[in-house]
Ligand binder design. Sequence first.
Ligand SMILES: Cc1ncc(COP(=O)(O)O)c(C=O)c1O
Length: 476
Amino acid sequence: MYVALADELSSLVKAGKLKSGDRLPSVRRLMTQRGVSATTAIAALRALEERGFAVARPQSGYFAKSAAPLALEPDASRPPSGPKNVGIGELLMQVIDASLDAQIAPLGAATADPSLFPARRMQKLASAIARRQPRVLSHYALDYSGADSLRRQLAKRYLDIGCHIPTEEILITNGCTEALNLALRTVTRAGDTVAVESPVYYVMLQTLQNLGVKALEIASHPRHGLQLAALEAGLRGKEGRRIKACLVSTNFSNPTGATMSDADKRRLVRLCELRGVALIEDDIYGDLQHSGPRPLPAKAFDESGNVMLCSSFSKTLAPGARIGWLCGGRRWRALGSQKLASSGASAVLFQEVIAELLKSGGYERHLNKLRTTFARQVQHMSSAVERHFPEDTKISQPDGGFVIWVQLARKVDVLQLFEMARNEGVNFAPGPLFSASGRYQNFLRLNCGQDFTPRLESAVRTLGELACELRRRTPK
Ligand SMILES: Cc1ncc(COP(=O)(O)O)c(C=O)c1O
């Protein structure tokens, strides 16, 4: 109840209906107006403060705080038309290598602080399950589609949010990465083209490169996501026939944090169906809204089974377990045979642990805390960028997930910034990683998954100073 109340108050602040400095309803008023207990009212106000939408003033109560950064949002993308062969491998390895180095400030890979996940609870569940079901480790897991318990829990969760997915269409995978690979391999061949939103998560580009498939980058807006008119133009264009799939992150996309509206998701599903193009949806951040209800995946609007929904628990619960899933729609049998050949079954013990957490409601309770934490961390990071970066910097304002997309002045070379920052012990994901055509030379993605400690503040300050130095060196 307190989360619902905090969500409602957050939306009032976000929509500007409660302005910065406005007094928020007192605990007593919330109790009488909303019929909630004092504990619920206090918890809601505290959650609001944690999310960065309120400040407590001693003896005076809570006051609204506008969480929206003053900086503008980055520009909508305008990628070139025409499919491109992808080649981002070396730069990607540099970012990942730096992410493995504990001495380097972790603003690069999109990883959350390990302390945010219920590791102790999962350890206990794992040993209880291994004792109760000794077969879980000693028997060959022949069912490549995954543990029934987990598949049923996933189907139930989807039903709870208004999305009917039959259990048999759900395939458990080794992370979202394997799900995306299986989906792509099932519908494309070398030489084909896949339409991707631009900017796009770099491993998707790497996967296309490995498959010998070209990427057609489609314009997207930093708040509203993939631009359907641009996709339509691409499908009608002279290379349109070669487009076999469209790969989109509909909710809190990485790196922009954009979310498509339900109307756009519905149109996207129809358009792909009409044009005979498979829709591969990556919904890995969908459970991580900062407030309000969980956004629907495009899969919720899929009547013909053309959407393949990919996701995992890597961002929400257990990055080390490598458990993901793929809701295959009408291609579920072909996807199953790809999975069998790709890696056989995924580790059953972890699947059982997660199924139990879902069943007990523990996952949902954990998510409630995690969402508030990510909202706060994104807020801290955005404010720090505003404080330390050049004045004309633009920053995305995601409503979920834990990365921000930052646009510097046009002539600032972010690859140069990347080199300089690494020498100073700071990592980040440079913009060109997110494009098949080397775009976003003046953009960077910052990870907000870690606790915003003084060390991170100092890393952002260093990055900001370097960006200011490069900005000064470049003519307007
Ligand atoms: C958009 C997106 N999809 C997929 C993945 C990979 O997920 P997994 O680690 O479950 O393979 C990531 C991880 O950063 C991601 O950001």
